[in-house]
Write a new protein. Structure first.
Length: 92
């Protein structure tokens, strides 16, 4: 998962092969994050992690130990991915 602006566009013929796609930097990075996630894991981009409550950031996320190759343009630092280690509540 990542957080940021995207553009949603409809592509394809009007009545055939029509679908919606998300485009933009956020969608691009989020799609590339999929290669790092194993079964039943949630990977967060740095911007998505920043949206979590402060306590959750430190309690439920672990930085992944590799370079993503991207840079946070606001801080000019490497853009990190995080493993979300919290649990999702299951409604019965």
């Amino acid at each position: 998962m990542d957080y940021g602006y995207i553009t949603v566009a409809r592509i394809g013929a009007k009545k055939r092969f029509s679908s919606y796609v998300a485009i933009g930097t956020t969608a691009n990075i989020a799609s590339k994050m999929l290669r790092y996630a194993k079964k039943d894991q949630i990977i967060l981009g740095d911007f998505a992690r920043q949206q979590l409550p402060t306590e959750w950031r430190y309690k439920y996320t672990e930085i992944l130990p590799f370079s993503t190759g991207w840079e946070n343009k606001t801080t000019m630092s490497p853009y990190s991915f995080f493993l979300y280690t919290g649990r999702w509540a299951t409604l019965v």
